[in-house]
Design a protein around this ligand. Structure first.
Ligand SMILES: Cc1cc2nc3c(=O)[nH]c(=O)nc-3n(C[C@H](O)[C@H](O)[C@H](O)COP(=O)(O)OP(=O)(O)OC[C@H]3O[C@@H](n4cnc5c(N)ncnc54)[C@H](O)[C@@H]3O)c2cc1C
Length: 440
């Protein structure tokens, strides 16, 4: 199968940073828009020169490459994932052939440079893909999200040249990754983790357990945070790379969940897991910084997942009320009581999208984005919950049964307020930053 991202490469290379391009609205209607200021990391230095010289653009404006990425992923999701969504959810299993297809399509190495087999695109292109996948299946979306925004980012940013050569080609083309921070006793208080690392003559030995690890059933590579020097508290936390077949590593349990059921979530055990020195990621004692930085931007991915989910739930219900279901002699979408709810929900989705893309653009532009990412995740998950819940009601009994996707989207929406920092934790982050700003 031809790779979707490979087809976009020539375009990605030729597009100047500021040019007229069309943005496809989620409704599929194109509009003429203004200038893009963000495309590929390859041109980063030149583009970052002076943003103030560029005319302001609508926040949701996408470059031509990003826009085509949205179209291609949307088509792929509808044609290839759509028919499998219900079965995967019922079986609580990710389709192995689909994982392979996602690699073939280049969607598992969106930001990985081309020299390592990746698509060499920018962060926003990954966000676009995550959003479009979630419109059809939030489970597939989070698999792609964790792999791209957490695992690939960790290795690209903190790995040395040797790690890049060793892992990036695999992560681009064949090996799924997991990001292992949470433990049974440490969730929101992530840095209270108890997994221990100790130095050996030629590497490290890990002991402990991880909980809630996304992708674990399908992954071949695990980024594991463990404390190398507990006397230093969180400053002992260090990141390691563990391969699936390493002796002592095991998947202890696969969780049965309310939503995103095709996405695997597992408990992992590390029992005297010996790894070589080369599997240290970055520097000893820097793991907490890596985790904070990666999760700060990873939240934009979850916000995109929740925005895509909300839109998918909305569109599914909108089609039903405006085309299929009649009561009292009219399509139910003709009643003003329904129309106002649909309009309100769409407006909230648009507001969530604006927060998501604003946070993504600020990150790419090298600006402070932590508060923006927290606000985007908080709000997008709230919108997803509200819209997916309303969509069930708009469809009446048909929204409640397991034939369509309405009830699944509603179940899937709950996770947005939990992983990569609960809503309370996002509120705490936002409040802390505001307090700093408003304290004399
Ligand atoms: C499906 C799924 C997939 C996941 N994937 C991963 C993964 O791939 N890798 C990984 O490392 N982790 C993963 N997680 C873990 C996830 O990040 C944690 O569940 C999350 O951080 C919350 O931790 P917890 O579940 O222990 O809840 P707790 O921390 O026990 O929180 C419970 C409640 O207490 C509230 N609370 C806690 N502390 C405070 C506070 N200081 N102020 C106010 N309220 C507070 C929370 O907001 C929440 O409402 C996943 C979780 C799930 C459910």
């Amino acid at each position: 199968m031809a790779s979707l991202t490979r087809a976009l490469r020539p375009l990605s290379r030729s597009i100047p940073s500021a040019r007229l391009a069309s943005k496809r609205l989620p409704t599929g209607r194109p509009i003429q828009s203004a200038y893009a200021f963000s495309t590929s990391p390859r041109r980063r230095d030149a583009e970052y020169a002076d943003l103030s010289t560029l005319p302001p653009t609508p926040i949701s404006h996408l470059s031509e490459t990003e826009s085509l990425m949205a179209d291609s992923v949307s088509k792929f999701a509808q044609e290839q994932i759509g028919p499998k969504v219900r079965d995967m959810d019922e079986a609580e299993t990710m389709d192995a052939a689909l994982v392979e297809q996602l690699f073939e399509q280049g969607l598992m190495g969106v930001e990985i440079p081309e020299e390592f087999g990746g698509a060499g695109m920018n962060f926003t292109a990954a966000i676009v893909a995550i959003e479009e996948l979630a419109r059809v299946d939030p489970s597939v979306s989070v698999m792609v999200d964790v792999h791209n925004t957490l695992v690939n980012t960790a290795i690209m940013r903190y790995g040395d040249a040797q790690s890049h050569r060793a892992w990036l080609p695999k992560l681009s083309t064949s090996t799924l990754g997991s990001f292992c921070l949470s433990e049974p006793a440490s969730g929101s208080d992530a840095f209270a983790l108890q997994t221990k690392a100790e130095k050996t003559a030629d590497g490290y030995k890990l002991n402990g357990s991880k909980m809630w690890i996304t992708n674990a059933m399908e992954s071949g590579l695990f980024i594991v945070f463990a404390n190398l020097n507990p006397s230093l508290g969180y400053k002992g936390i260090t990141a390691f790379i563990v391969e699936k077949d390493t002796p002592g590593f095991s998947i202890a349990k696969k969780e049965k969940k309310l939503g995103i059921r095709a996405s695997s979530t597992c408990v992992l055990n590390f029992d005297d897991v010996v790894i070589p020195k080369a599997n240290l990621l970055g520097q000893e004692g820097q793991g907490y910084k890596y985790a904070i930085n990666i999760l700060n931007e990873g939240r934009i991915g979850i916000a995109a997942q929740m925005t895509g989910l909300a839109l998918g739930a909305w569109e599914n219900a909108a089609r039903y009320v405006w085309n299929d279901r009649k009561q009292f002699g009219s399509l139910i979408g003709e009643f003003q009581g329904m129309q106002h709810q649909l309009a309100q929900a769409y407006t909230e989705i648009a507001a969530a999208r604006a927060l998501v893309y604003n946070a993504a653009r600020k990150k790419e532009a090298g600006q402070e984005f932590v508060q923006d990412a927290a606000m985007a995740k908080l709000y997008a998950s709230q919108v997803a919950g509200r819209v997916a819940g309303s969509a069930v009601e708009w469809m009446g009994g048909m929204g409640f049964v397991r034939e369509g996707i309405a009830e699944k989207m509603f179940r899937d929406s709950k996770i947005g307020a939990i992983y990569e920092g609960t809503s309370n934790i996002q509120l705490t982050t936002i409040a802390k930053m505001l307090q700093k700003q408003y304290t004399n």
